[in-house]
Design a protein around this ligand. Structure first.
Ligand code: AMP
Length: 385
């Protein structure tokens, strides 16, 4: 049955991304994005209309969803909260649980719920929810716990959850195959650097640290998110600048990061500004790299030994200068890149450190949709007995 396609859906508040994946073969039969859901003049009133639009787009590409033998639909859900540490088959009760987690991910979970409900109404196959937090559900307690009053943490479900887990799991598994060593033996750091960005430390296939926290705001510098700041910044801004909680939340999530420092959130645009001699863009690059080194060093100490450092996602896969900057000066820790390997074009999984390096530095293109499709099939196979 692994030959049957799985439809992978990633529903946000105003967009629906879809991919028809054949898990056994890594083949992508079709993919697309429906945008501006619910916006005036878009013609896509809601997520149900978006699912119908997807069905039409697939039909135009010669794929009839009703007869294509789709085995299941796998849904990306950002926040699984304390409830979900593994993929689950979607039931009415599961939909309600995901909805209940919306306060923890107000920008993400409501869209996922709308997408799941619309897709369940249209497609009479099993639906599986795969959570972006799941890979980090087993973080050691000392890593997952914030040093705040324990009653508050318990009452409001406050802990470090981590996000991008589907990508960190996929990449940490794929790199073991690339270097030809058992996953169980490897101590690794994965840097997922896209619009959102996160780092993880993975020991024997198990995540022991990650840079995102209760929300996706913590950790690395991102396109528009600040990452780590002094928590005292929030009351300071409230008192001194008179900003409301919502204004502070928006400033740190939407107006900060590379955008806040340089005016642009896209890394390619940042590079163009730097090449034109823009000092703000140069500082933004410096802050971005500084934060990354900070996490590499911290995770090296948590792991005790490092075998592989892997770059992934839009910036990590494509920007050789950034990769070189992150490991610059870390030769003493066994970390370096071979300049030719690092700069060589080519999109596949590859090693970019010199032969014989103590730490292998690699680039592995992430594939969250394939990982969701695989987990969907694995869950259905195991529950089929
Ligand atoms: P993602 O969220 O993984 O799609 O990554 C988006 C980020 O990757 C944006 O900041 C892009 O500017 C960056 N990116 C994509 N392609 C390239 C490229 N060829 N060179 C540098 N950055 C890139």
């Amino acid at each position: 049955m692994t030959g049957a396609p799985v439809l992978v859906l990633n529903a946000g508040s105003s967009s629906l991304k879809y991919q028809l994946v054949v898990p056994g073969t890594t083949e992508v039969a079709a993919k697309g994005t429906i945008e501006r859901i619910g916006e005036d003049g878009s013609g896509i009133a809601d997520h149900s209309a978006a699912v119908r639009q997807m069905t039409e787009q697939l039909g135009a590409a010669g794929i009839d969803l009703a007869t294509a033998g789709v085995r299941a639909v796998g849904h990306r859900v950002v926040h699984g909260g304390p409830d979900f540490s593994d993929p689950v088959v979607v039931t009415d009760a599961v939909v309600e649980q995901i909805r209940d987690l919306s306060p923890l991910a107000p920008l993400h979970n409501p869209g996922a719920v709308a997408g799941i409900e619309a897709a369940r109404a249209e497609l009479a196959v099993p639906h599986v929810a795969v959570f972006d937090t799941a890979f980090f559900a087993g973080l050691p307690a000392a890593a997952a716990t914030y040093a705040i009053p324990r009653e508050l943490a318990a009452q409001y479900r406050i802990r470090r959850y981590g996000m991008h887990g589907t990508s960190h799991r996929y990449v940490s598994t794929a790199v073991a195959a690339l270097v030809g060593r058992p996953l169980a033996e490897l101590s690794q750091i994965v840097l997922h650097l896209g619009n959102g960005a996160s780092a993880s430390a993975v020991q024997g296939g198990r995540a022991i640290e990650t840079s995102m926290g209760l929300t996706p705001l913590q950790g690395l510098v991102m396109g528009t998110r600040s990452g780590d700041v002094d928590p005292g910044l929030h009351p300071y801004l409230a008192r001194e600048a008179g900003l409301s909680i919502d204004e502070i939340d928006s400033a740190l999530n939407k107006q900060s990061g590379l955008k806040g420092l340089s005016g642009v959130n896209d890394f390619r645009a940042l590079q163009e500004l730097r090449q034109a001699g823009d000092a703000d863009a140069e500082l933004a690059f410096g802050v971005y790299v500084h934060r990354l080194k900070h996490y590499v060093g911290a995770y090296l100490a948590q792991l005790g030994r490092l075998d592989v450092l892997t770059f992934t996602a839009g910036v990590g896969e494509n920007n050789a200068e950034l990769r070189a900057a992150v490991v610059a000066g870390l030769d003493g820790l066994g970390l370096s890149v071979d300049p030719d390997r690092n700069a060589a074009p080519g999109g596949g999984a590859r090693v970019i450190s010199p032969d014989g390096s103590r730490v292998t530095v690699a680039v592995v293109p992430t594939n969250e949709e394939l990982e969701i499709a695989r987990q969907t099939v694995a869950l259905l196979d195991s529950s089929a007995g």
